[in-house]
Design a protein around this ligand. Structure first.
Ligand code: SF4
Ligand code: SF4
Length: 244
């Protein structure tokens, strides 16, 4: 396991599209690891042989966390307990891990390449961002306050061809491309007033970054931790749907 991220850690020159493929491959394995770890935590809460004291005679053979148990069954109580644990103590641990990942970002510095201002992508159109901002979504409000849409997809590609190509199948015909007109001579011309969305960039350790972005080093350093966290968060949602 110690060489799990060998490709990314040892080869900073790997083209970013290859790094993305590595991430997808690694995510699958990490997802299995996360599922097994959560299953082990849940199994620790499992009651031991309650059927010996039960008169229901339900004949359920597989005592799995997702089995449909009758009312009053001790295994049903186990399901509730597991759900409370995952929603409470376990989720708090995940939040602490996420904070540690984001705090780690402070060890890296922006190199002022301007690439994050030159080309940004969103699943929302300019009008949708405006509506979301109106409804109180802070991220959309910040985004809409500085970014404007490119006239054409070709213009977006010209802004940063390598990043555009690297986005590959992460984007589709419902992706919208933006740039910030405040970027002048490669620097922010309104630095003091830039919104939080700019101050806090990058916001997500699992998002592909422009290849020149110095926070790629942070993204690589925390990639396994981030993927594990994402997998655990998704798996908890699955447990909630099944047991809630
Ligand atoms: S406001 Fe400044 S930092 Fe923010 S995207 Fe525009 S140029 Fe970049
Ligand atoms: S892409 Fe990264 S390194 Fe470049 S200006 Fe943006 S945050 Fe800084």
């Amino acid at each position: 396991m110690e060489n799990f991220f060998k490709n990314e850690e040892n080869n900073q020159e790997t083209p970013i599209i290859n790094q993305y493929d590595n991430l997808k491959d690694n995510y699958y394995r990490i997802f299995i690891e996360a599922a097994e770890s959560i299953r082990a935590s849940v199994d620790k809460l499992k009651p031991e042989n309650p059927c010996t004291l039960c008169d229901k005679k339900c004949n359920i053979e597989k005592k799995d966390i997702f089995t449909d148990y009758p009312v009053g069954c001790k295994y049903k109580e186990w399901q509730s307990e597991a759900l409370s644990y995952l929603n409470g103590e376990y989720r708090e641990k995940l939040k602490t891990s996420y904070k540690a990942i984001m705090d780690k970002k402070n060890e890296y510095e922006c190199n002022k390449c301007g690439d994050c201002c030159r080309l940004a992508v969103s699943e929302y159109s300019y009008e949708q961002l405006k509506q979301r901002a109106f409804r109180g979504d802070k991220f959309s409000k910040d985004f809409h306050s500085v970014f404007v849409p490119f006239n054409t997809v070709e213009d977006a590609k010209k802004a940063n061809p390598e990043y555009f190509d690297a986005l590959g199948d992460l984007v589709d015909d419902k992706t919208y491309y933006y740039y910030c007109p405040k970027l002048k001579d490669n620097l922010c011309s309104d630095y003091e007033n830039r919104p939080d969305i700019c101050k806090d960039f990058p916001h997500n350790p699992l998002k592909l970054l422009p290849s020149r972005c110095s926070f790629n080093a942070w993204r690589i350093e925390v990639s396994k931790q981030s993927m594990l966290l994402k997998a655990k968060t998704d798996i908890i949602e699955f447990y909630k749907q099944k047991l809630g």
